[in-house]
Design a binder for this molecule. Structure first.
Ligand code: SF4
Ligand code: SF4
Length: 502
């Protein structure tokens, strides 16, 4: 038998005083860690398969289980870490690329945590959001250069470019049906409808049951063109052309055949059981002029009634790229930072390619302002938003709204075990296995999403009130409200903010 050089990452600790051998853990673990030993009448564990998703811990009726990091390590070495060594063992064994999911977990700087928010004191008093009006509604889309009026003085609304109306500046980011489950999609769609915001189909097409959520749906057109047809384009409130994704800039996507069930195959319009491979580039886009053709083809196909979003990954020359996109006819640019999640990505790409969204956002907003084309487009930022303070900082840095995905999945029960790519999500989110999918109840899921976004909305209003600002519009790009801590001159310059104390 070949030796497995890797040691299990986690220990499964079972308290024999508490365990009643009810076998709940065995039924709950899709990774087959737990089993019953009929000879001894006790439970056993194969911890080498455990991904620390906490499903068994949460459902054990006697709280007999704990999953802990295995304290055993390879010989300590200041240069070759545990992970470096075990990844080499894995590759030496399989000869394959390493795959991962969710976002970049490496300890790069988190700029959100080096930015602080202002608050009013004596002059310009703060606003109490419980007693005074506070506007979190915002509109995404191209803004007119000047206000046009009818002969009676009223504003001409029919000449406005198409807009997305958001009651709160938070949208659910693209997650395809196929990478996440039917019940996860339904939870997102219902929550978006109730909250007055939008969810995004990702590149997986739109399941026939979800057409009714069309007014709150952004439909995506990606390089694989899965599930794209006229009714699909017509169904959405906006169309997003996906050029890049923060978790894997520069490469395509791959959904394994195991996840292409009957319903996923129908929705994507590909044969059941075949791998769904999206090419890295769009094969008809090699320039801004080509992009412009696709933007206008989609506008033409939907009679100029829907805003077109172009989504890109945050990469080195993102400001110049965004400048080109703003001139392509797109109405909204979505920028996805390197902390953005995914259902599957090559580990080396996820962990080493792209740049932080904070720097990308500040650079893009500044460039578009300098070129006087900022009102040509709205900016949505994604990839690393963790809480309402991150939202406020993003808007003050220049975003019109944010996309969230990982926080939405965590609200649905995701425990960030980061093994979505194997399709055995014990929480019913990143899986197509019917027995696992039904573990996520969309009636509960959509309420948890609503609670999360409503809680953030209240917190955003508190922070805005503290700054003496009563609308998202007044906060957008208001970098005077931000100060940096522990940042060098170059970082402060790119972020366009002063250091704390200045
Ligand atoms: S994979 Fe999840 S359910 Fe299975 S043993 Fe580990 S923590 Fe428990
Ligand atoms: S979605 Fe599921 S598989 Fe993916 S990280 Fe979350 S709990 Fe793990």
């Amino acid at each position: 038998m070949a030796i497995n050089y890797n040691i299990p990452e986690y220990d499964v600790l079972r308290d024999p005083q508490r365990c009643i051998a009810c076998r709940v853990c065995e039924r709950q673990c899709a990774n087959e860690v737990h089993s019953f030993d009929p000879d001894s009448g006790t439970m056993k564990s194969d911890e080498s398969k455990c991904v620390n998703c906490h499903r068994c811990v949460a459902l054990c009726p006697t709280h007999a289980l704990k999953i802990v990091k295995n304290p055993d390590t390879f010989r300590l070495n200041a240069y070759w870490g545990q992970n470096d060594i075990s990844e080499i063992y894995r590759q030496a064994e399989t000869g394959g690329m390493l795959l991962s999911s969710m976002g970049n977990p490496k300890p790069y700087p988190i700029y959100w945590d080096k930015i602080l928010i202002n608050a009013s004191q004596v002059t310009n008093p703060s606003i109490d959001p419980l007693r005074e009006p506070m506007e979190t509604r915002t509109f995404l889309g191209k803004k007119p250069g000047a206000i046009e009026r009818n002969p009676d003085g009223s504003i001409k609304t029919d000449s406005l470019p198409p807009q997305l109306k958001l009651e709160v500046p938070i949208l659910f980011s693209a997650m395809s049906y196929g990478s996440i489950s039917y019940n996860a999609h339904q939870s997102l769609a219902r929550a978006a409808q109730e909250l007055g915001t939008y969810y995004n189909t990702g590149e997986g097409g739109l399941h026939e049951d979800f057409y009714k959520y069309g007014p709150n749906t952004i439909v995506q057109v990606a390089s694989g063109r899965f599930g794209v047809h006229h009714d699909y384009l017509e169904a959405g409130a906006a169309i997003e052309i996906k050029i890049g994704q923060g978790a894997k800039p520069g490469i395509g996507g791959h959904l394994t055949g195991a996840k292409i069930t009957d319903a996923v195959s129908r929705t994507r319009m590909i044969p059941k059981g075949t791998d769904a491979i999206s090419p890295a580039p769009h094969h008809d886009i090699y320039s801004i002029e080509d992009l412009r053709q696709l933007v206008y083809s989609l506008k033409e196909a939907t009679e100029y009634k829907k805003p077109i979003i172009v989504k890109i990954a945050a990469v080195h020359n993102v400001a110049a790229i965004a400048s080109g996109i703003a001139r392509s006819g797109a109405d909204i640019i979505a920028i996805d930072g390197f902390r953005g999640g995914t259902g599957a990505a090559p580990t080396r790409i996820r962990d080493n390619v792209g740049i932080p969204i904070e720097l990308a956002l500040a650079a893009v907003d500044e460039r578009l302002r300098q070129e006087q084309i900022r009102s040509n487009v709205s900016l949505i930022v994604a990839g690393g938003i963790r809480n309402s303070a991150d939202v406020v900082k993003a808007i003050a840095l220049g975003a019109d709204a944010v996309y969230i995905a990982t926080p939405a999945l965590i609200a649905l029960g995701c425990h960030l075990c980061r093994t979505c790519q194997i399709g055995k999500c014990n929480w019913g989110i990143a899986t197509q296995r019917p027995d696992l999918v039904k573990r996520l109840n969309p009636d509960i899921g959509y309420k948890r999403l609503m609670n999360l976004v409503s809680a953030w909305q209240h917190e955003i209003m508190e922070m805005m009130g503290g700054m003496g600002i009563n609308s998202i519009e007044a906060m957008r790009g208001n970098r005077l409200m931000l100060r940096g801590v522990g940042l060098n001159e170059k970082e402060l310059e790119i972020l366009g903010i002063k250091h704390a104390g200045e």
